[in-house]
Design a protein around this ligand. Structure first.
Ligand code: AMP
Length: 280
């Protein structure tokens, strides 16, 4: 497995592979890898000749400096996991390599980056879009793989690719879960044993909410979810919303055939977890 720190070196390697006729699959990550990331790598290996993974904790997408400081960094372990997964190249740039000068770019995503996560993490998706655009420019992949776990991010990336006319196919991969249903996340390792036992309730509540969908109005379901989450002394609901998958707007009366997704964010003390579930 090739490990690159400089964009120039990675770029040359990709160019060489493309000259041989290879299709390139790309998996951008912030490291602290788990099975969810490895599933993206496996999907990329299935559909491409060569797979590039990036590991870069992107400072400009963190609106909370404490969250950035505490973000788990496990590079040695990540590289070992990627090597045994069969990944061909890893890009681990420094901050200076990605941001040689201060960034002041603003993408216009309309309401898409103002709702859900956007209400609580101002500037977050702009930071995500900037780094993904830069990584796409460096790697120039044929396909890029993103998890449904970060559903709003996935939709923003799709919008970015359309807006900037980036010649890449965005491939969405299903959310990988622990056996008790908790969505895998690098942040899970910050949970105390007690919190870890409680956290799978988030998914159980989403499943129960889905059963209620179609039988109860959305605002009643939302109230019920809030009660269920906040009943636990270890959890606090930040938001729950049932939205149209394509627009991320509230889907109180979804049109025939419109895909509806429920998105949730929950605090367990300092750890903030997100999850989502398609309701139809
Ligand atoms: P991150 O390293 O958390 O920024 O995530 C890198 C990529 O992995 C993103 O496309 C995420 O959506 C995806 N990802 C993270 N957790 C999961 C999961 N549990 N299942 C599927 N994809 C995931």
């Amino acid at each position: 497995m090739n490990i690159f720190h400089k964009k120039k070196e990675l770029n040359l390697w990709v160019e060489e592979a493309k000259k041989q006729g290879d299709q390139i699959g790309f998996v951008p990550t912030m490291g602290a890898l788990h099975q969810g990331h490895l599933n993206l790598v496996a999907a990329a290996l299935d559909q491409n000749h060569k797979v590039v993974c990036s590991i870069f904790v992107n400072p400009i997408q963190f609106n909370n400096p404490e969250d950035l400081k505490k973000y788990p960094r496990t590079l040695e372990q990540d590289l070992a996991m990627l090597e045994s997964a069969g990944c061909h190249a890893v890009f681990c740039p420094t901050e200076e390599e990605i941001y040689p000068s201060p960034v002041a770019h603003e993408y216009d995503f309309g309401i898409m980056d103002k709702v859900l996560e956007g209400q609580f993490r101002p500037g977050h998706f702009n930071g995500v879009a900037i780094v993904v655009k830069r990584l796409f420019d460096i790697v120039k992949p044929h396909r890029a793989y993103f998890g449904q776990k970060d559903f709003q991010q996935l939709q923003i990336i799709r919008r970015l690719v359309a807006m900037e006319k980036i010649p890449v196919e965005v491939v969405a991969c299903p959310t990988a879960r622990e056996s008790d249903g908790l969505a895998m996340s690098s942040r899970n390792r910050r949970l105390t044993p007690e919190q870890r036992l409680e956290a799978p309730r988030i998914y159980q509540i989403l499943l129960e909410a889905r059963k209620r969908h179609g039988q109860q109005p959305a605002d009643e379901i939302s109230k019920w979810v809030e009660q269920q989450i906040n009943r636990s002394p270890l959890m606090q609901l930040e938001y729950f919303a049932i939205v149209a998958a394509d627009t991320l707007l509230p889907a109180a009366n979804p049109a025939e055939g419109q895909k509806v997704v429920a998105c949730i964010a929950v605090h367990l003390d300092q750890v903030r977890l997100i999850d989502n579930l398609f309701f139809n």
